[in-house]
Design a protein around this ligand. Structure first.
Ligand SMILES: NC(=O)c1ccc[n+]([C@@H]2O[C@H](COP(=O)([O-])OP(=O)(O)OC[C@H]3O[C@@H](n4cnc5c(N)ncnc54)[C@H](OP(=O)(O)O)[C@@H]3O)[C@@H](O)[C@H]2O)c1
Length: 255
């Protein structure tokens, strides 16, 4: 029975991944901060026949997360870990992101991701088996002026993940970086602006699962937006940034 850990499973893409993986014989470990929403997702997954464990935990709690992952893995070795929890940062009325928001975003989206990923890297490489998915964003390729800390954290995660992938491959551990475009979730839904080729959380989760089954290095979607974001890195910055002006947005604070 594969054991899958998903962080940020109480909402959006994480919850959609949990629902898609939930079936007879699957063992899922779901984390989040909101008890009520996490419980509701867990219940839906149990009704689909999966064995479900939940944990309310803030990914910024490095010591607690590391100890818990080691304990979890020693009881039931983790086959797949999806490092998904994040916040969007930005400014509610499109102004300059505050220091407080920028630090919080970096702490959760980068620090929190590493707090989950690194203990798994250690455990999986020691036993020569396992798979890790880092949920980054197309903002890693196309930094968004309205979400600088978010874009920076996602770019760091992309670089860290791709570098590690090379080291982990000979050790029997697969690592993929996922760079979604616009996805209709509580996070994506607060973006006030043009959201080209927006997908549902279920569609995004389906693409992620398919990419992980194929052990893709980068799982980027939708294809056209991904090609534009990646290709734009080759043009002069003043042209690239002018082209981004249609993507200005405002973030309402998260619930
Ligand atoms: N939606 C998009 O358009 C889009 C595009 C590209 C990439 N992504 C990426 O996809 C992933 C999922 O995003 P989403 O759209 O599904 O967002 P979402 O609906 O807002 O869900 C975010 C999840 O992260 C959890 N989380 C946030 N801060 C946390 C913390 N400090 N500790 C533990 N858990 C925390 C939330 O838990 P609680 O709610 O329980 O606090 C929630 O379960 C993120 O990495 C995001 O950057 C999203």
């Amino acid at each position: 029975m594969p054991v899958i850990l998903i962080t940020g499973a109480s909402s959006g893409i994480g919850a959609a991944l949990a629902r898609l993986y939930a079936r007879e014989g699957a063992s899922l470990v779901l984390t989040g901060r909101d008890r009520t929403r996490l419980k509701a997702v867990a219940q839906e997954c149990r009704e689909r026949g999966a064995d479900i464990r939940t944990r309310i935990i803030d990914v910024r709690e490095r010591t607690e997360i590391g100890a818990w992952i080691r304990e979890l893995d020693s009881a039931t070795p983790l086959d797949l870990v999806i490092v998904n929890a994040a916040v969007n940062g930005g400014h509610p009325s499109g102004g300059l992101e505050t220091e407080e928001t920028a630090f919080e975003t970096a702490d959760i989206n980068l620090g929190g991701a590493l707090n989950v990923m690194l203990p798994c890297v250690t455990l999986m490489s020691a036993r020569g088996r396992g798979q890790i998915a880092l949920i980054s964003s197309l903002a890693a390729y196309a930094p968004l002026p309205d979400a600088p800390a978010y874009s920076g954290a996602k770019a760091a995660l992309l670089a860290h993940g791709l570098a590690l992938r090379q080291k982990l491959k000979p050790l029997g551990v697969r690592l993929s970086v996922v760079t979604p475009g616009y996805v209709k979730t509580p996070m994506g839904g607060v973006i006030k602006g043009w959201r080209p080729l927006e997908m549902s959380a279920e569609q995004a989760a389906g693409r992620i699962i398919e990419g992980l089954e194929r052990d893709r290095d980068v799982i980027a979607f939708p294809a056209i937006l991904a090609a534009l974001a990646r290709g734009a890195l080759l043009v002069p910055e003043r042209i690239r940034s002018a082209g981004l002006s249609g993507f200005r947005f405002r973030n309402r604070p998260r619930r």
